[in-house]
Design a protein around this ligand. Structure first.
Ligand code: NAP
Length: 272
């Protein structure tokens, strides 16, 4: 079904590539205009390539090809004032804000005694504070407009269960789950729904570079944990559009009575 978001505006972080780009394209297919933010620059610690400004521009081209308007911004979710300024510019140009998708995140494989204070800090700064910043830059526009809204926080299977050899990542994604409940409660007063989405393995650039090698090296520290993450279905990972379908559903009026929910899209991933 298309056209569920006609006349609406959606703000998406981490939109240069991967799931964030899929959300931008999927919501645009449904009729939304898009505010797309991404760091599109070097990120420390991660074993995969960082996104580029060209990739952010490619997202914009894909949205425009669907006949929708798009504004892009090369910015950091850790910069609350920068995000506020971008969202305010988007609301001024497009007239409203209805949907926010806090998608930007990093993932660094490291056994518990190999993780550094910097890895823990940066993971929490981006995956937790960056998500809080996204809501704080978005919700005031929804509240003042009085049209309600839908805020979707991208957590992970690691936000309900556990990702071995990623204490920092698991901690950050559980925090997002709790944040969903907290914001959902108070923003309910304004008709704003807040839900989290919990992907399992998704084929994105996050899984590229030396990511799989880094994960396998962590397994060697305690092989018993290697089979964790087994799915009920095959293949054991999915495509970004499958996550975007869940985001589009939660953004739409079809989900108008769903808030404070934590929707898994993970093939039944088990972390025993
Ligand atoms: P991705 O391909 O690496 O995309 C993430 C995007 O976020 C990148 O373009 C990245 O840009 C951007 N980003 C990172 N830090 C940022 C910051 N501080 N400010 C602004 N943008 C920033 O990964 P993905 O797979 O699409 O992941 C999207 C979300 O899904 C993440 O929250 C991730 O934790 C979650 N997730 C992924 C999987 C999976 O298997 N892929 C599974 C469960 C959950 P740079 O590269 O320039 O930093």
């Amino acid at each position: 079904m298309a056209g569920r978001l006609v006349g609406k505006v959606a703000f998406i972080t981490g939109a240069a590539r991967g799931q964030g780009r899929a959300h931008a394209v999927r919501l645009a297919e449904e009729g939304a205009d898009i505010l797309a933010l991404d760091l599109a620059g070097a990120m420390p610690h991660v074993p995969y390539e960082s996104a580029t400004p060209d990739e952010l521009a490619e997202t914009a081209t894909a949205v425009e090809a669907l006949g929708r308007r798009v504004l892009t911004h090369q910015g950091d979710v850790r910069d609350l004032e920068g995000m506020k300024a971008f969202v305010a510019r988007g609301v001024a140009e497009f007239g409203r804000l209805d949907v926010a998708v806090a998608n930007a995140g990093i993932c660094v494989p490291a056994a518990w005694d190999e993780a550094t204070p910097e890895i823990f800090r940066d993971t929490m700064d981006i995956n937790v504070t960056g998500v809080w910043n996204t809501v704080m830059a978005s919700a005031p526009h929804m509240v003042s407009a009085g049209n309600g809204g839908s805020i979707i926080l991208i957590s992970s299977a690691a936000g309900k269960k556990m990702q071995p050899f990623m204490v920092h990542y698991t901690t950050s994604k559980h925090a997002v789950t709790g944040m969903t409940r907290g914001f959902a409660a108070e923003l309910g007063a304004h008709g704003i729904r807040v839900n989290s989405v919990h992907p399992g393995g998704v084929a994105t650039p996050m899984g590229g570079g030396d990511m799989m090698g880094a994960i396998r090296r962590t397994w060697e520290t305690y092989p018993r944990l290697a089979p964790m993450g087994t799915t009920f279905t095959d293949p054991p990972y999915t495509t970004p559009d499958q996550i975007a379908n869940a985001v589009a559903f939660l953004a739409s009026d079809e989900a108008s009575f769903i808030t404070s929910e934590h929707l898994s899209v993970d093939g039944g991933t088990q972390h025993f």
